[in-house]
Design a protein around this ligand. Structure first.
Ligand SMILES: [Zn+2]
Length: 386
């Protein structure tokens, strides 16, 4: 057993980048991480909580308390690869966990492999499923990271629910006997238009985003469409309002189905991603560590109050435990994500130093949690007080 060098961590990141396994199918990536953790004295279990590409690895010293868990993501995006840089999440969190585990006097370092953050397959938003199945019940604190176009701690996120609506109509010859038909496409288009109208009447301060596609709209122009499928993502920075918007969308679908004489199935795709609950004490310390290394990282309050742009299943974890995530910069500000540029950035040599800093800082934050009981209590106290 030895602490990983930066070269080891970098090679690990490149290997996972090269594999580019999409969510719920990350078999090779997860086993590389498991093997590495086992070689470094961790006891590992996989599959974990019934999720094939999930795992849990832990190393315990003494009483096993506190327990600090690092979350590793390793899923790529369908069709493009590691354009979200999850290869660097895997490498940084596993490297930090191994480093910290070699120095603790009492406690437990855990790594939980959390597949399919991007929602590509059966285990979409696996952190939520893992949480529901008790994966965090014996964990005290959670640390993770995510690459991006800047350094930041304590970023807010949008709640999101993906929804699939299938309308069922009655087919008929479009010219000879259209009076016999009921168009599923009409129901879908009416719903699409009605949701557009709703945009004018939503709360401005709730950062509402509603984006959708018509996945299926019929087979032939001379047949009344029997089936039409809409897929929508509904997002908001206000969790309660998010629920209200979903209900509103349900009403729209119901009304449009009635108007067109069709029926429908309303299905949630994956679980509801929550908004993030920021722990200022934990985030503040992480930011302090970054600043001490000369990193230009905005104050926690500043990041926290910015308009949220994206969503993650990490948010749900942040609601059950004090959690912190470090966003590290691997590309110039303004670089579009899930793009060819971010795909390149996640394997370019410019990401090496940020990876190194991220491993250092996550290790320091974990070390503080293990060694400073008063700090631990302040973090927990803030979480308890809501
Ligand atoms: Zn991501």
């Amino acid at each position: 057993m030895r602490v990983l060098t930066l070269e080891d961590s970098w090679e690990l990141a490149l290997r996972i980048h090269g594999l580019a396994e999409i969510g719920s199918s990350e078999f090779k990536s997860s086993s590389i991480l498991i093997d590495l953790l086992r070689a470094n004295g961790f006891a590992a279990e996989s599959p974990y909580k019934g999720i094939p590409t999930s795992f849990r690895a832990e190393k315990r010293v003494g009483s096993g308390r506190p327990t600090v868990a690092f979350l590793a993501e390793y899923d790529a995006l369908r069709g493009i690869g590691h354009a979200c840089g999850h290869n660097l999440i895997a490498s940084s969190t596993v490297s930090a966990a191994i480093r910290v585990s070699s120095s603790i006097k009492d406690g437990r370092v855990v790594v939980i492999g959390t597949p399919d953050e991007e929602g590509s397959g059966e285990w979409a938003g696996s952190k939520i499923v893992l949480a529901e199945r008790g994966a965090f019940s014996d964990v005290d604190f959670v640390i993770m990271s995510h690459p991006g176009d800047r350094w930041a701690v304590a970023g807010q996120t949008l709640a999101v629910q993906d929804i699939e609506v299938t309308f069922h109509g009655v087919p008929a010859h479009s010219a000879a006997n259209p009076q016999e038909g009921q168009s599923a496409l009409d129901a879908a288009m009416l719903s699409y238009a009605a949701l557009n109208m709703l945009r004018q009447h939503v709360r401005r301060d709730a950062n509402v985003v509603m984006h959708g596609i018509l996945r299926e709209g019929g087979q032939a122009s001379n047949v009344t469409p029997e089936k039409a499928v809409l897929v929508f993502g509904i997002r908001s920075s206000d969790l309660a309002y998010e629920t209200a918007l979903i209900e509103r969308f349900q009403d729209i679908v119901k009304g449009c189905s009635l108007a067109t004489g069709t029926t429908y199935d309303f299905k949630f795709i994956g679980p509801l991603f929550s908004t993030t609950r920021v722990n200022r004490t934990l985030s503040g310390y992480m930011r302090e560590c970054l600043v001490q290394k000369g990193v230009d990282c905005p104050a926690v309050e500043e990041t926290w109050s910015e308009m949220p742009l994206a969503s993650t299943d990490f948010s749900n974890v942040s609601r059950i435990l004090p959690s912190v995530s470090l966003q590290f910069q691997i590309a110039p500000k303004g670089t579009p994500w899930h793009s060819k540029q971010s795909l390149e950035a996640a394997k370019s040599s410019g990401a090496r130093q940020p990876l190194s800093t991220t491993i250092d800082v996550m290790s320091e934050v974990a070390k503080k949690l293990f060694e400073d009981e008063a700090f631990r209590e302040r973090v927990a106290q803030e979480f308890r007080s809501g």
